[in-house]
Design a protein around this ligand. Sequence first.
Ligand code: PMP
Length: 324
Amino acid sequence: LRWSAGDGWHAGEVLPHAPIAMDPAMVGLHYGQVVFEGLKAYHQPDGSVAAFRPEDHARRFRRSAARLAMPELPEELFLESLAALVDVDRAWVPAADTRSLYLRPILYATDASLALRPAREYRYLLLALVTENFFGAGSPPVSVWAGTGYSRAARGGTGEAKCAGNYAGGFLAQAEAAEHGCQQVVWLDAAEHRLVEEMGGMNIFFVVDGALVTPPLSGTLLPGVTRESVLTLAARAGLAVREQPVPLADVLAGCADGTITEAFACGTAAVVTPIGRVVTEEGEWRVGDGATGPVTGRLRAHLVDLHLGRAPDPDGWRYRLAGP
Ligand code: PMP
């Protein structure tokens, strides 16, 4: 789909995967006026294909676009684009549950202009990729690095938006994490490096004295669709659920004295991934016994069952993209 000032959205088309042409002065390339989404589609037992909470991804896509002074793609067009792509060949949706069909909508400014102002022309693309589920059900807990050398998002910035510019700034921190034997980065608040916020591409949860605790949506972290799903499922399962500031010092103390029994990351790609170890400049702490805990395991299983149509869907999170 294309958008231009005055004419609005133009009809879309399905094209084979191929390089795209761009002007060397494209606004999106130079100034990062680019927003995207990531969601998954799954086979259902009745032979249909369903996406998980695409309306929520559509709404976040609109909010991200608004934050970057871009046109907002109407929810119907977003949903239609998903259905149109899956309809081309639903065999793209992998049958094996070790792989997923990952859908990546992206909106970028195509104007050729080096002027510092919002573009007047945009293009919306939807890519479909078959991805390996990089953290499978039986995969071991990950180690996470909480350093103070870099920040992801400051108040008033774009941390709440899913925009391209939020990610490259984390690559060096990711390399630092790897040097410390960790697979993922935990981001702390930019002002004081005191509060835990989220991870590179996931939100973060702790089980504290049996309650599920996650940092609140303070304006600097991405409001994850999986995060919201986990909060809903946990509350319905009778767990105490709290969105409250999480000081890193409390996490380390809780790991040391055993009040924190589990931690996990969650997101579209990772689903629910256990965290077994937290590493900082001061040392390292094991979470619980370092293995996947029962709350993490149950939440993960429930979410996977919802994706695959094996659990009832009282909230209408599965959205049929293609019939049987
Ligand atoms: N935080 C960041 C920075 C992310 O990129 C993602 C992935 N979109 C998430 C959290 C998790 O969001 P979701 O559950 O909607 O995939």
